[in-house]
Write a protein that binds this ligand. Sequence first.
Ligand code: OAD
Length: 258
Amino acid sequence: MPETDPLDSVAGRLAEARHVAVLTGAGVSAESGVATFRDPDGLWAKFSPQELASMDGFLANPQRVLEWYRHRREVIDGVEPNAGHRALAELQRWIPGVTVITQNVDRLHQRAGSRTVLEVHGNLVENRCSVCGDVDAGEPRTGDGPDGLPRCRQCDGLLRPNVVWFGEDLPEDVFGAAEEAASDADVFLSIGTSAEVYPAAGLPLLARRHGAFVVEINPNVTSLSQYVHHSIRMTSGTALPAIVERLVEFRQQSRQPS
Ligand code: OAD
């Protein structure tokens, strides 16, 4: 018997699905030109997460940390969503019950047109007060305090990027919604993530325990690979448009009179 093409198999599952949860990681933005973290040329190969992504690192050298995030904001301002982001936005047009759960802080899913995006690690666009937690959704501000550091309008505390750092809790309401989406999913797609960082990396396993068909899209093997139903060893920018194209074909065929 000929083997079913994995892309067809995933598209077929999606064609039947009512609820789909998608977990994305840095690999989804790689084809836009945004660096990942744990690939050989990734950010954590060049920079120290303790220095740049922890409250201790921030308090030790706020100028350095803010400068690094300012640079990362500039990078994302200069790039565009890629074919993978666009295909996920298109998927939501065919299956309204798609929830995108992203570890990415770059807002590229939203720029591609995805709705219902749960940012479990926050975002690079907003600032948050390191003291009172007030979120400043305006333009990133720099240097309006006497020491040249950005300050909260409410309490004068130091402003930091609204991202989750190592040792910090994820936003409870957002992660609760992500767990709900994973538990309800008929199909769960884990895309472009090394699945090393918990609790986000536990979501595909939660989905599987609740009966979802779990698919990984990643050119490389990850620690999740052994637990999924299918691993598609392609980039997201290649696999996702192909899957969505086949889903649309399946849907159109099923509408034709037999
Ligand atoms: P990683 O850098 O850990 O993993 C990126 C994954 O993307 C790897 O498994 C690559 O094989 C894969 N990849 C690379 N290019 C790809 C492509 N074009 N298409 C599909 N996959 C590709 O990034 P994350 O898993 O997102 O946390 O990392 C998780 C968290 O660790 C991040 O959210 C960040 C980081 O510390 C915070 O900032 C809080």
